[in-house]
Write a protein that binds this ligand. Structure first.
Ligand SMILES: Cc1cc2nc3c(=O)[nH]c(=O)nc-3n(C[C@H](O)[C@H](O)[C@H](O)COP(=O)(O)OP(=O)(O)OC[C@H]3O[C@@H](n4cnc5c(N)ncnc54)[C@H](O)[C@@H]3O)c2cc1C
Length: 219
């Protein structure tokens, strides 16, 4: 198999603004994608208006999988292979510099450029399983699988990770030297995502308990 290009390998994915935040490690690219749940996918509508659509997704090997309605104009365009840009952003904290200008966020962010491939048949079902297991680990074995009609109403797309960039911002604020003398608190406030306590559906029957695989979900 041909070697896959590392993040930032093409001229248009080379980070210019705050280039010190560039990460070229494919392992970090994978780790960010594996930690995320939602990607934003850009498409141009037929009238030339850009739309950015949030979607659930999963990484599988060197590609990202996501799905949408066959009735969606935007997904139909993506299924035909129009160029797109997908991004995933994880927020790790607020960074409070003495000045508002230098205040920022700590984050891990990925951008993927390319065109999607439409998946069909067994590959489509396997992709749906993969997406489900990324979002809801353990669920595929218990939940009812898509019927023929449901599968037919679902577009499943794969976007290769051949043209990507990774930008990571971490650490303390970077104040200009004269601001360090100001009597203003500076530092950062971490942000962490957590799962809350599971809540029974109001129409739950048979006194079914919360499954063990759900109890194991932690963040
Ligand atoms: C949570 C968050 C908040 C941000 N807030 C702001 C803000 O308020 N104002 C602001 O100007 N910028 C902000 N940024 C940074 C912003 O995403 C861009 O990196 C920045 O605006 C530079 O854009 P550019 O097109 O000039 O970058 P360039 O460096 O010219 O972009 C060149 C290439 O670098 C890659 N690239 C650029 N940005 C990113 C990225 N974030 N992640 C992965 N690859 C990237 C792309 O492949 C792009 O084609 C924020 C980023 C994050 C993740």
């Amino acid at each position: 198999m041909a070697a896959v290009p590392r993040p930032g390998s093409s001229p248009r994915t080379r980070i210019k603004r705050l280039a010190t935040k560039t990460v070229r490690d494919t392992g970090v690219l994978y780790a960010i994608l594996d930690a995320g749940l939602v990607a934003h996918v850009a498409v141009n509508g037929p009238e030339g208006q850009p739309y950015v659509v949030p979607v659930a997704y999963a990484r599988e090997g060197h590609r990202v999988l996501f799905h949408g309605s066959t009735g969606s104009r935007l997904f139909r365009g993506l299924a035909q292979g129009v160029p797109t840009c997908l991004s995933v952003t994880l927020i790790d904290g607020m960074v409070l510099a003495r000045s508002t200008f230098e205040s920022s966020m700590n984050y891990r962010s990925v951008m993927v450029l390319g065109s999607c491939t439409l998946l069909a048949g067994e590959e489509k079902l396997a992709a749906l399983e993969h997406i489900t297991e990324h979002l809801l680990p353990g669920r595929w074995a218990e939940a009812r699988h898509p019927s023929k009609k449901e599968a037919a109403a679902t577009t499943v797309l794969a976007l290769p990770l051949t043209e990507t960039s990774v930008k990571v911002s971490d650490g303390p604020p970077d104040d200009v030297p004269e601001d360090v003398e100001l009597p203003i608190w500076a530092g950062n406030v971490p942000i962490a995502e957590t799962f809350g306590r599971p809540v029974d559906a109001p129409d739950l029957r048979f006194d079914v308990p919360v499954p063990d695989y759900v109890k194991r979900w932690t963040r």
